[in-house]
Design a binder for this molecule. Structure first.
Ligand SMILES: Cc1cc2nc3c(=O)[nH]c(=O)nc-3n(C[C@H](O)[C@H](O)[C@H](O)COP(=O)(O)OP(=O)(O)OC[C@H]3O[C@@H](n4cnc5c(N)ncnc54)[C@H](O)[C@@H]3O)c2cc1C
Length: 529
């Protein structure tokens, strides 16, 4: 790129968050560059859990099926106390009827990054490896960025927007003087990818609750392949040359039985922090993923949250870059995603403190009460569904967002503006088969779902080429599904490209849709970038 040319978006960091943003921008025809200071993709598994909401997004990207082939569905969690089996929590189909992917998928971060990277290459785009952002200067119209290359030389580029997907030590965050308050947890953790045999229930999560903490065994692809996570025994802390063998002895003692390790392909120790950026935006720079929030791995939320930060920002950047919407639309990124990060930190912190605390009460809860309560509670379908909604991230909503408008007449229990539109299986073409509505949605456009009334006679001019309409008739084929989802008739739901409801009302009216687009999203008020 010549120094005089300007790129629309610079994505800093090609971890899962940066790769997701790159894919979403590529699909929407936005020009961008994606750089990473490393020499190539990460080969560490790190995050392991892929949540249902992420799989729904993967399905639009065309990588969900491959992910399912490579990963393992978490069918159950087996709780062990001091080496003895205590309870089993069934996890298979936890979210039946709530998502096409009613389970947690165990698929390593390296596989996720590979799938996202391959998809990006299909758009003819390569990550520029060995390229580190080391400086930036913002002006009203652009950002001038200094990049360091593999040979140590530097170059300057101009870009309209910078997406800081550059992880916990984010340079984009630091260079914009955005605080990252929080603290490290006291304990040091270890993570090991092993081949092991023992009493673990194959292909399921095995959770060993101990007086002094826990060990988690995640089943990985291949035979007897387990990822183990746990607290490093205090006497092993601070040892520079620490190898898995030293930890294996402790794990064997805790787990008991005939646990035998044949191999360890990756071993690492780390301290976990809980921190959140004070702001997610500074003028033309945004923070996403670990650059914006880090927390304990409880509930396998970290990578998934970053992926969804990217999904939230991408469609907004696309509308602004194409001149359809003004830059003010981008304010909604922070307004919607900062509360998500805030809640995530609070909940993971509470759970994590209970799991790792050395206090007597916590130890009793952990080893005597937790497993019984968890197993008992998960026997109730309502609790199971609530847990699934929360952990799978399908329950994340932006009801308070300025982009959310629920008209009067929509019942309390019905999906509201800001909610992820529920998964429906309905007859869309009269006399046709029952179809998965999610598979029909086009996530590069807005989707208008019209229930029990005629569609708009013409597309609103503001949305020309950007709207797909789906009519759901209220007949015997669809009635049960609409009742189950609390969707009233007549009604209409205008979905944003990310599947969240923007506008919902009873009587569909073109003028109402146009007013929503103008007032809430600023359509027709754009000035160039
Ligand atoms: C040991 C370990 C275990 C974990 N286990 C789990 C788990 O079980 N579940 C879970 O959900 N999460 C887990 N996590 C967290 C999870 O890995 C992160 O949430 C996830 O990687 C965030 O993705 P990201 O793309 O935002 O950031 P990263 O994956 O950190 O990617 C950031 C990228 O930016 C690049 N970069 C940084 N600075 C620059 C710069 N100045 N210029 C150019 N490029 C730059 C880096 O090279 C990197 O590739 C774990 C993390 C660790 C370290």
């Amino acid at each position: 790129m010549s120094p005089s040319s300007i790129t629309e978006v610079l994505i800093v960091g090609a971890g899962p968050t940066g790769l997701m943003l790159a894919n979403q921008l590529a699909r929407r025809g936005v020009g961008f560059m994606v750089i990473d200071r490393h020499a190539g993709p990460s080969v560490e598994t790190r995050a392991l859990g892929v949540q249902a909401r992420t799989l729904e997004i993967y399905s639009h990207l065309g990588i969900a099926e491959r992910g399912l082939e490579l990963g393992k569905r978490a069918t159950g969690a087996n709780l062990w106390i001091e080496g003895r089996p205590a309870a089993r929590i069934p996890l298979a189909d936890m979210g039946r009827d709530l998502s096409p992917y009613p389970f947690l998928l165990i698929l390593g971060q390296d596989d996720n990054e590979r799938l996202l990277g391959e998809k990006l290459r299909e758009h003819g785009i390569e990550v520029q490896w060995n390229t580190e952002l080391i400086g930036l200067a913002q002006s009203p119209d652009e950002v001038r960025v200094t990049l360091r290359q593999a040979d140590g030389s530097t170059r300057e580029i101009r870009t309209r927007w910078v997406a800081g997907c550059d992880g916990a030590h984010s340079a984009v965050r630091t260079l914009n003087s955005i605080e990252f308050p929080g603290a490290p947890y006291e304990h040091v953790f270890f993570v090991a990818d092993t081949t092991a045999t023992g009493r673990m229930v194959p292909d399921e999560l095995n959770v060993y609750l101990l007086n002094q903490g826990f060990h988690l065994f995640f089943p990985m692809r291949g035979r007897d392949h387990w990822r183990i996570v746990g607290i490093l025994p205090p006497e092993l802390r601070g040892r520079a040359d620490l190898q898995f063998n030293a930890v294996a002895t402790t794990v064997r003692t805790h787990v008991g039985g005939s646990l035998d390790f044949q191999e360890c392909s990756w071993f690492s120790t780390y301290r976990i922090h809980h921190r959140r950026a004070e702001r997610l935006r500074d003028r033309r720079c945004f923070l996403l993923g670990d650059a914006a929030h880090i927390h304990s791995p409880v509930g396998a939320q970290g990578m998934n949250t970053g992926l969804q930060d990217a999904y939230n920002l991408a469609w907004k950047l696309a509308l602004v870059s194409s001149g359809r919407a003004p830059a003010a639309l981008l304010d909604s990124y922070e307004a919607e995603r900062l509360p998500v990060a805030q809640r995530l930190l609070q909940t993971t912190d509470r759970m994590f403190s209970l799991i790792v605390s050395d206090r007597l009460l916590s130890r009793i809860v952990r080893t005597r009460v937790l497993s019984r309560i968890a197993a008992f509670a998960m026997g109730f379908q309502r609790i199971q569904r609530l847990a699934f909604r929360t952990i799978s991230q399908i329950g994340i909503q932006y009801r308070k967002s300025v982009l959310s408008e629920t008209q009067t007449g929509i019942p309390e229990e019905a999906p509201h503006a800001g909610d992820r539109f529920p998964w429906l299986r309905v007859v869309v073409s009269p006399g046709g088969p029952v179809e998965d509505l999610f598979a029909r949605l086009d996530d590069t456009r807005f989707n208008l779902i019209v229930v029990g009334q005629p569609p708009l006679s013409s597309e609103p001019a503001e949305l020309s080429g950007l709207l797909r309409t789906h009519e759901i008739s209220v007949d015997s084929a669809n009635a049960d599904e609409l009742i189950r989802s609390h969707i009233p008739s007549p009604s209409f739901y205008l979905l944003r490209p990310d599947g969240h409801v923007g506008l919902v009302g009873t009587k569909l009216d073109g003028a109402l849709v146009t007013r929503y687009l103008t007032e809430r999203l600023g359509f027709g008020k754009a000035s160039v970038g």
